[in-house]
Design a protein. Structure first.
Length: 272
């Protein structure tokens, strides 16, 4: 079990879905993504403090330290009653609770009758869970998401998160960060005309999370087929993981259930 050395002040790599043991009075400090997080165990309560950093670059690592140091009093504090004398804390990744609009930095054109697979990285939320039952105390976005509206007008549509992406075609070029998940998106242009991909609404709440032997987070692939009819597109969430992800273990369920084999038609929401 990580974190059982009560005297350590050294930094280590953080891990998903593995329990850390704390003693009363100890604080575990994390640097991950765009946040700093402090989790403190006391005799009768858990305390969680977090702050979001304004960073110019995306951090590539996750470090954690167990000690007795607290942040400044200006960092917001949340308190939770400690039940059943639980002394373990587990960090479970979670996908966004809203669809995520992916905007490639440079639009991508798919020729008529063509297809391609792009790899996008989507931000992850961290669920702070305690005890053997992994009771969720709170969840923290690991990058501050921006919101956007996708729809025909202000009355028809839905609220989504917005994320820019390089929409890479080569998997090896995708940065692997512990606070982002890789999603393979296969786009099939069934029309005779080219399809210009300027933005794409990824159904993140329908995606589960999996971790490979290198500690990287993946979601199942998503296949989108644009048919001859411009008013619709078919979306399908793959059941199996992409072979290129390697051997994976399931670490988190999707936030929303998708009926087996169901196709979702939402051209306006998907590319609008």
């Amino acid at each position: 079990m990580p974190g059982t050395d009560n005297n350590t002040e050294g930094r280590r790599d953080g891990v998903w879905a593995e329990p850390y043991a704390l003693a009363s009075g100890q604080t575990q400090y994390h640097e991950l993504g765009h946040i700093r997080l402090w989790v403190t165990l006391l005799d009768l309560e858990w305390q969680i403090r977090s702050e979001t950093l304004d960073l110019d670059t995306d951090p590539a690592s996750w470090t954690e330290t167990i000690g007795h140091t607290l942040p400044a009093a200006t960092v917001p504090l949340k308190r939770f009653v400690r039940e059943n004398q639980s002394s373990t804390v587990t960090f479970i990744p979670a996908v966004a609770n809203l669809p995520t609009v992916i905007r490639p930095y440079q639009p991508l054109t798919i020729p008529g009758g063509g297809r391609c697979t792009i790899y996008v990285g989507t931000p992850i939320w961290m669920k702070v869970c305690v005890g053997e039952r992994q009771t969720v105390l709170t969840e923290v976005p690991l990058a501050l998401p921006s919101l956007t509206w996708v729809g025909r007008n202000t009355m028809e549509g839905e609220l989504c998160y917005s994320s820019t992406s390089f929409a890479r075609l080569v998997l090896e070029a995708v940065p692997k960060r512990p606070w982002r998940a890789v999603t393979p998106v296969t786009l099939i242009n069934g029309r005779s005309e080219p399809l210009l991909l300027e933005r794409f609404s990824l159904p993140t709440p329908l995606l589960s999370l999996h971790q490979n032997e290198r500690g990287q987070l993946w979601t199942p692939g998503v296949t989108v087929e644009v048919e001859t009819d411009m008013n619709s597109a078919s979306l399908h969430v793959d059941e199996a993981m992409l072979a290129a992800a390697g051997t994976c273990r399931h670490v988190a369920d999707a936030r929303e259930k998708l009926a087996r084999g169901r196709l979702v038609r939402a051209f306006d929401r998907m590319f609008g």
